[in-house]
Structure formats: structure tokens, C-alpha cells
Design a protein around this ligand. Sequence first.
Ligand code: CP
Length: 320
Amino acid sequence: MINQRRPDGSLRHLITLDGLPRAELEDLLARAQHFVCEPGEQPRANQSLAGITIGNLFTEPSTRTRVSFELAGRRLGAEVVNLEVQLSSRAKGETMLDTIYTLQALHFDMFIIRDPQAGVVAHVAENVAPHVSVLSAGEAHVSHPTQGLLDALTIRQRKGDRFERLTIAVVGDIRHSRVARSAYEVFRGLGVGDLRLVAPAAMMPDAGEFAGTHRFATPEEGLRDVDVVMMLRIQKERMEQAAIPDGDDYFARFGLTPARLAFAKPDAIVMHPQPMNRGVEIDSAVADGPQSVIRDQVRNGVAMRMAVLETIARPRPLRS
Ligand code: CP
């Protein structure tokens, strides 16, 4: 596993949440909470990243992660460039590293990378100049660390910071989900009391993964008395065509309807990282209902990414 830290112990890259100590996770959550603003409020901003240039390199589609990293960087005073990969020389066969070296020569300081291939983000991190940082914006089925952090922030806002008291159910296509893996890492780091995996057999991760969780084959069993329900999309892009279930069948067995949500505690919250497929994994009555915190997750994405960028960046003096 790549070393994400500088020799002084500070966080240089963010590729995984695995092994981050609870105190560091709590510091990130507290800093992010400082940046949260309510709808209609002027967003918080500062110049802590003035002089820093950030490159967003997304080779998989994204709405929330790309836009919120861009807003986060700009609200901290950084210069942010979104590389249109399909219009860049990557489309002519240039390797990821040659693209990175080119951008480094143009004085980029941070790269935010989403890639469908496992290992690419760490490979870039191992090859950049010592002053450069690399952040994962979602890597294959492996990790999506800022999503894990913003999910923890959303739970903390509604349920408080005594994570050991919480029962959380992750429901759906866990096997192919980077969101679930980063959620597992941050929930384990924060000491969540009971973490449940609820999925059909084909969407359950291998037995060696997600140690310490409890597995359930039906939502009716797995949702009983939980505090948090985290729904997942079927990750068709990482499945064999023949293995993709029919949407109606899946909804009948696993879709989160008001009747299924009633198995959870009355004040349970419903989460979804989005994009969501209404009528497949979740009913609109739940997605838009009073227990849904799905839009809070989006709002928290900018705040959490501001906290991460600020924690990782090493501002340098401005030169005129
Ligand atoms: N949750 C999430 O990663 O959304 P995007 O794919 O739109 O970035």
C-alpha cells in the first residue's frame, strides 16, 4: 500500500481512508463542518490555497465529485483546471504519466484523479515530484475516500459523534462499490457499533472483505432497527452484461420503499451517494421523503473537499 504521508507525518496524498486514525478523521470532520453553509447563505471562503494550481483529471463520468472539488479549490483561492480528457492528448495515446509530467512542467501542484482502473491513482502518486499531491476522486471498485468522509459528516450532523452507538446498513451492489469500501474504512475508523451489509448473493463482497460486518440476504432482515440506511446503485459499468439484474425484479426484492424503510428506526436517515436510479434501488417517495439526507450529502461534498484540500496543501509564498 502506498505511503500517503510526508516524512513529517502530515498527509500528502489521499488515496485510501484505510488506516487513518480516528483523531485525524475527527479533525477532518470538524474542519469540514466549519465550511458547511445552509442554502441561501454565502459560501465560506478563504485564501489558504492561493498560489496552488489543481488539475481535475476524470476519465470516468462525474457530476458531484468533479464540480464539488472544483468549487472547493476555488473557494480556497486555488487555480483549478478541469482537463477534458477526451479532448486532451490522452485521446491520441499519451500515457497518464506523460500527461501528468506535462502538467507538472506547467506548475500544477495537486492532481485529483478519477479512473476506472485499480492502481492508477497510486501509480501517479508514486511518480509525481515531491511537492505534488494526488487525491483519489474514485478509483475503480476500490475507493472513493472523499465520499466516505462526506458520508460520515452527514451522519455526524444527524446522529452525533458517538458512532459506536450506531447501526448502519449498506444496501445493494456492495461488491462493485468503491463508495461502500470507503464507507467501511471510515466507519471502522470512527468505531461504528454495528455495520450491516444487505445484498443479493451476486452483489455481496467476497468473504475475506469487510471484516467485522454482519451480512443479510434481505432488506427486511438487515434494516431492522437501524439508524442509517445507505443505498447503492447497481454498478452496471463494472458488471458482466449477463449478470445485470432486471430493474423491476431488483426493485421488488431490494428497492427501498416506505414499507421497507419502516423496518428501520422511526428516525433513521436514508443516504445515497448518487447518481441514483429511481424505481430500481430506491422509491422516489423515500428519496424525496422526510428521512432522506441525500441532498445534505451533496452540500457536504464541497465542505468536506475544502477540509481535505486545506489539510493536504502546502501553500507557498506568492511571487509577483
Ligand atoms: N457520488 C459520486 O461520486 O457522484 P459523481 O459520480 O457524480 O461524482
